[in-house]
Write a protein that binds this ligand. Structure first.
Ligand code: UDP
Ligand code: MG
Length: 315
């Protein structure tokens, strides 16, 4: 490994024009206190504001700043993965570009890293300026995931973290299409430690994570790391079959012995729509897994790069 930097910072950017300058200033100030041998990689995930120009400008002035420009919006996790593929340092920081992850915390992450941990993640004590629904859904999601997986994914932490080179290499070798990086990192099982912080509100602009993107991430997380929903479906199938069997026995009994045919239209409607609903949910759950098998079997490239300065720069 030639000319490995001390630290690399990967930042996915989707419409963060108004945050980039402040982010760059605060980041370089902090990181210069750690080492002057660093790189910053902005991955522009198809922004349609002026973020691309901002990144280009900065990278022209500062030889330590690199960029990867995507052809279109491929998604946050893919953007981070692209940055990790190109990062070339002893350790790498992953952070958001909207200043919700304070750059100043990097020195604390780095200190902890120097104590000998391979993964140092930033754990959110408090989430300021986010809607009640977002906080509640996030909290619920992390708890559900915790119950579904057989290894533990740190609660209440996003992707803001510092990881050692060997974690980056291992991640780059995981070829799945549907990425859930914090789960993948936990699954790898390297030594880890947490540093707490209060998460600031987004500095400006709006969240690029719509509810549909959040649901997709949650489904990716669950289907990538747990088979329990499938187990649940088959158990539910057995349970409902058992109940149906009892109902059948009862119907036959009342027909032949009580000579009273069950005339209940209501019970018929209720049971058939109930079973119909359960079947649809079950097919849906199975479908989520099959869709991911399908995506992975196509084995497409994860993203398409419009342009980058990574090969051309020599620092
Ligand atoms: N982001 C991205 N692609 C997307 C959505 C978001 O690269 O499709 C970036 C975004 O610019 C930010 C980070 O991912 O740096 C986190 O996104 P955001 O702040 O919108 O999510 P939230 O904090 O609201 O969950
Ligand atoms: Mg944010």
């Amino acid at each position: 490994m030639k000319n490995l930097k001390d630290i690399s910072v990967v930042i996915p950017i989707y419409n963060e024009e108004s945050n980039i300058n402040e982010l760059y200033e605060r980041l370089t100030k902090t990181i210069n206190e750690i080492s002057s041998h660093y790189e910053v990689i902005f991955v522009n995930d198809g922004s349609d504001d002026g973020a691309e120009q901002k990144i280009l400008q900065i990278s022209k002035l500062d030889p330590k700043v690199f960029y990867i420009n995507f052809n279109r919006n491929f998604g946050h996790q893919i953007a981070v993965s692209a940055g990790l593929e190109k990062s070339h340092a002893k350790c790498t920081v992953i952070m958001d570009g909207d200043l919700q992850d304070p750059p100043e915390l990097i020195s604390k992450l780095y200190e902890r890293y120097k104590e000998g941990f391979d993964v140092v993640y930033a754990k959110r004590n408090e989430r300021k300026g986010e809607s009640y629904l977002k906080k509640l859904s996030a909290k619920l999601f992390y708890r559900v995931l915790e119950r579904l997986t057989s290894f533990s994914i740190p609660l209440d932490s996003g992707d803001f973290r510092l990881i050692d080179k060997k974690v980056v290499i291992a991640l780059n070798e995981m070829s799945e299409q549907n990425k859930f990086l914090r789960g993948q990192i936990a699954w790898l099982g390297f030594s880890q430690s947490a540093v707490g912080f209060d998460r600031d509100p987004r500095k400006s602009g709006t969240s690029g994570y719509s509810y549909s993107k959040m649901i997709r991430l949650a489904l990716d997380a669950i289907t990538s790391f747990s088979d329990k929903p499938l187990l649940f479906v088959s158990r539910m199938g057995f349970f409902i079959s058992f109940i149906s069997f009892l109902v059948i026995l009862f119907s036959l009994f009342s027909h032949f012995f009580l000579k009273k045919t069950v005339t209940g239209w209501t019970s018929l409607i209720i049971s058939s729509s109930f079973i119909g609903g359960i079947q649809l949910i079950s097919i849906g759950i199975i479908g989520e897994y099959i869709a991911r098998i399908n995506t992975n079997s196509k084995n497409r490239v994860l993203y398409v790069v419009k342009n980058t300065n990574i090969e051309t720069k020599t620092t």
